[in-house]
Design a protein around this ligand. Structure first.
Ligand SMILES: *[C@@H]1O[C@H](CO)[C@@H](O)[C@H](O)[C@H]1NC(C)=O
Length: 260
């Protein structure tokens, strides 16, 4: 009996989410008149009632993140509402309400505002907020987060702390991040580094010489000066450094005047 009550109460908010999906249907009140996309979403939500893994991707679900509808679903383990039309800020309550949430993907929406600092305290394995319109600085204190994908937003400030040892793997390309790369100490275990399309200044960090990167991309920034040579740097072609302010030295043309 007690069990039945627990299950039922965690279903109610998800039932409300059905209403949210329904209201995404353009100006009609009947599900029958929704476009095929919305109907498919509705059926998927219905099928997933009570399921700890909720994935409603690629629908026309719109408006704010339905945090209050989801609040009672304390068993939620996965929440994916990607490539939809969510707008407005990320509710700070999202992590606190769902202690079991391990995978949160809200990518490909129209989310705005800053990333709530409390969100990254969670025990996420994956936190995917890419392809939105998020602004402000990246929060600094992480819980057990493994991977954060914050690429393709409008985030500002210094993201170099993300590359200290013991930090989650962070994807931050295509933002408005501005920091001096010269002295950043990238950890040896890093295999992928894409900082492209930001406002990063200074020189290409010397610490990269000792990092066996399989992928490097610092193009479309404001870097200047001689590219460090030697050790693992030889693996990176000119494409990795395109469209900066004044980089020089192999694999780009040699520096004049003794290397700026
Ligand atoms: C580097 O990033 C830029 C901008 O995101 C992209 O256009 C380019 O193809 C990338 N180059 C490499 C070598 O990955």
């Amino acid at each position: 009996m007690a069990n039945a009550t627990v299950v039922a109460s965690s279903w109610i908010p998800l039932l409300c989410l059905v209403v949210v999906v329904l209201s995404a249907c353009t100006a009609v009140s009947s599900a029958v008149e929704c476009n095929g996309d919305d109907r498919a979403a509705l059926l998927r939500v219905k099928a997933q009632l009570g399921d700890p893994d909720l994935d409603i991707t690629g629908t026309s679900i719109s408006g704010p993140v339905p945090a209050s509808y989801l609040a009672g679903a304390t068993n939620l383990r996965t929440l994916v509402i990607a490539d939809s039309r969510l707008a407005g800020p990320i509710p700070p309550s999202l992590a606190g309400d769902h202690p079991n949430l391990r995978y949160l993907d809200l990518s490909g929406n129209f989310l705005t505002g800053a990333i709530p600092p409390g969100l990254v305290h969670g025990s996420f394995r994956f936190l995917i907020l890419s392809h939105n319109q998020l602004t402000g600085e990246i929060p600094r204190c992480y819980g057990d987060v493994d991977t954060v994908d914050l690429s393709h937003n409008r985030l500002t400030g210094d993201a170099s702390f993300l590359f200290a040892a013991g930090r989650p793997i962070g994807k931050v390309e295509w933002n408005e991040l501005a920091f001096d790369m010269t002295g950043v100490r990238f950890p040896h275990h890093l295999r992928y580094l894409d900082l492209s399309h930001n406002r990063i200044t200074g020189k290409v960090a010397k610490s990269l010489m000792d990092v066996r990167l399989e992928h490097l991309n610092v193009s479309d920034n404001e870097l200047c000066g001689e590219i460090p040579a030697g050790r693992f740097m030889a693996a990176h072609g000119a494409d990795c450094y395109a469209r900066n302010r004044c980089l020089c030295g192999a694999p780009l043309p040699p520096c004049c005047d003794g290397g700026l």
